[in-house]
Design a protein around this ligand. Structure first.
Ligand code: MLT
Length: 263
């Protein structure tokens, strides 16, 4: 895995394929390995790059108490600057979608297309914010194992294999507790970005698992209407559509990319 220094920290990223760049942004509290199936499926048409965000995966642990979506987005801009890439097809799942929307708000000119997967453009409700605080306190006091158990129960549909669940547990339990707490605080303070989404002029796709309880179909529909985007509902999948039904997600991305202007 290549490693480079951006904005003063070491970032690792996975890379597969050649040509125009597609940048894949992982969810919380996961890492770039959640995109492995997409890299395999799409490297014939794109140079697929999947970074570990600051504080996650193999990238350097973060010393910041709050990991904001905006800072993560600026890290991605710095990453493509260092790689000498002008425009990307950006794909974000859940927290990765919040980061992708922060990126799109600041630098729409760097995007060819945007795919929002199992995510939301709305801000957290009052209850969701309180839930972030409770989760952060619990992880700080007890560590990651309880969070992993709770999250796996809602990340995937009931039909998901024990192998998939074990893979998610490894990702969650490998994430430093400080990063989990920092990202919970960062997600809590993100604003509603529906207006920013609706002002984009590039092709946008919204993809959601039929049984996603974390970012339900109503949220996906809200984004699709705001962006004038195609909405793909993946039958039987939960929140982790790229892992639960890789072919459906790869197919939706290929359709989206056929609308964008390739370099
Ligand atoms: C994720 O999958 O990234 C999280 O569920 C996002 C969130 O907690 O809002």
């Amino acid at each position: 895995m290549p490693e480079i220094t951006i904005n003063g920290y070491e970032v690792f990223y996975r890379e597969q394929g050649s040509g125009s760049v597609a940048l894949f942004v992982h969810g919380f509290p996961l890492d770039s390995t959640m995109w492995l199936e997409q890299l395999d499926a799409l490297s014939d048409v794109r140079r697929c790059i999947a970074p570990d965000l600051r504080g996650f995966g193999c990238s350097a642990p973060s010393v910041r108490p709050v990991l904001t979506m905006e800072d993560q987005a600026l890290d991605l801009v710095a990453l493509i600057d260092v790689l000498g890439v002008d425009q990307v097809d950006l794909i974000g799942l859940s927290m990765g979608g919040y980061v992708a929307l922060a990126f799109a708000e600041r630098h729409p000119e760097r995007l060819r297309t945007l795919a929002l997967v199992d995510t939301k453009s709305t801000e957290d409700s009052v209850d969701a914010k309180a839930g972030r605080d409770a989760a952060a306190d619990r992880v700080a006091a007890e560590g990651r194992s309880g969070l992993a158990t709770d999250m796996i129960g809602v990340l995937v549909a009931e039909s998901a294999s024990s192998w998939t669940r074990a893979r998610l547990r490894t990702m969650i339990e490998s994430t430093p507790a400080e990063s989990i707490v920092g990202a919970l605080k960062g997600m809590k303070q993100r604003p509603d970005r529906t207006t920013a989404l609706s002002s984009l002029t590039i092709p946008v796709a919204v993809i959601v698992g039929e049984n996603d309880v974390l970012s339900p179909i109503a949220e996906a529909d809200h984004m699709a209407v705001a962006a004038g985007a195609a909405l793909s509902v993946v039958p039987g999948a939960g929140h982790m559509t790229p892992i639960e039904d890789p072919a459906a997600v790869a197919g939706a991305l290929r359709s989206l990319w056929s609308l964008g202007q390739s370099e």
